[in-house]
Write a protein that binds this ligand. Structure first.
Ligand code: PHE
Length: 339
């Protein structure tokens, strides 16, 4: 019996150290120390021992139980620690894994060019003004010296809404609105959407964008207008860019001009982009008509001013060499993603 007990120790020790997890270790505990376990089975035979043998075997059995329990305990703690470590390993965030990328938006090409234009004018001491897109006929036409019956009022060109209201056909109505509320010196640009009845094609859109400019002060001349627009052209298209003023007619400026810049593609030599001209038209301008100053509450005997209206869409097409204005309004991300 003593031999039986002695044999249990290495056997149990081997199985304990081999147990791969806490469940397996529990099975080993039951197999040796449980009610039907190997040690219990041996102890049940103690009744057949002599009085001398019984305490000796009893002590041996207790000692064996104690040492098995100690081994089970130690291995149990070891296994538990391994299992925790394994779980932490599984649950750890792997910071070397690539993240889920979120697509990042960016400015629309019209906004990119508008911001450049603003930057150029802010540098010359201008501030930015705005006016309503739904305008009344007074500010859109009458105040700008566009009389009843003028072709600019044509229903074919203009979106009339209810009585007396129109979707503004230019940013020019901001001129008189601003003069009514501000005394000279005035130096503003007024960017925004404008509307005209046009069938969309590569160069026309019923909605487009202008940037109005207005300067009013004592002694303002055409020279100031030319220098200012030169500055704009150079700022946008490079120092070597030249401007050209062609006489034109607008009811609200006198004299008036259409302004071209030397072609930014061919430098003025003539190419398909400028249709062989060497020049590209970008804006209308002129000296503010005395009637318009008066409508704004400003004395034309004391003050003079200049105004201009730039086509932002056209600038943007030119700047990025886009050949169809509709691309600016279709919101196709494959197109917009290129800027
Ligand atoms: N309003 C004119 C247009 O839309 C542009 C312009 C503005 C011309 C200011 C002269 C002065 O064509």
């Amino acid at each position: 019996m003593k031999d039986q007990l002695e044999a249990l120790r290495p056997q149990a020790a081997a199985r304990i150290s081999e147990a791969a997890d806490t469940a397996a270790l529990d099975a080993v505990r039951v197999a040796y120390l449980g009610k039907k376990g190997a040690l219990t089975a041996i102890l049940k035979q103690m009744g057949g021992l002599s009085a001398e043998e019984r305490p000796v075997i009893g002590q041996l059995a207790n000692e064996l139980r104690g040492s098995l329990e100690a081994m089970l305990q130690e291995r149990g703690e070891q296994l538990k620690a391994e299992e925790v470590a394994a779980r932490l390993g599984r649950e750890t965030l792997d910071i070397t894994m690539p993240g889920t990328a979120r697509p990042l938006g960016h400015k629309h090409p019209l906004t990119i060019v508008l911001d450049e234009v603003k930057e150029i004018f802010l540098g010359m001491g201008f501030s930015v003004a705005t006016g309503p897109e739904v305008e009344n006929e007074y500010y859109n036409f009458t105040a700008l010296n566009i009389p009843e019956g003028h072709s600019a009022r044509d229903e074919q060109d203009t979106f009339y809404t209810t009585e007396g209201l129109v979707l503004r056909t230019a940013t020019s109505p901001v001129q008189v609105r601003y003069m009514e509320r501000h005394k000279p010196p005035i130096r503003i640009i007024a960017p925004g959407r404008v509307y005209r009845q046009d069938t969309p094609d590569a160069t026309h859109s019923p909605l487009f964008h202008q940037i109005e400019g207005l300067v009013v002060d004592e002694g303002v001349t055409m020279g100031h207008l030319k220098a200012t627009l030169d500055q704009l052209a150079k700022g946008l298209f490079g120092e070597s860019t030249r401007t050209r003023f062609r006489p034109h007619y607008f009811p609200f400026t006198e004299p008036s001009a259409e302004v071209d810049v030397s072609c930014f593609r061919c430098g003025g030599a003539g190419c398909p982009f400028c249709k062989g001209e060497g020049w590209v038209e970008i804006l209308g301008a002129g000296m503010v008509h005395p009637n318009v100053l008066r409508n704004g509450g400003i004395d034309p005997e004391k003050y003079s001013g200049f105004a201009f209206g730039v086509g932002l869409d056209r600038l943007t097409l030119a700047r990025f060499r886009i050949d169809d204005i509709r691309l600016l309004f279709e919101n196709d991300l494959r197109f917009l993603g290129q800027f």
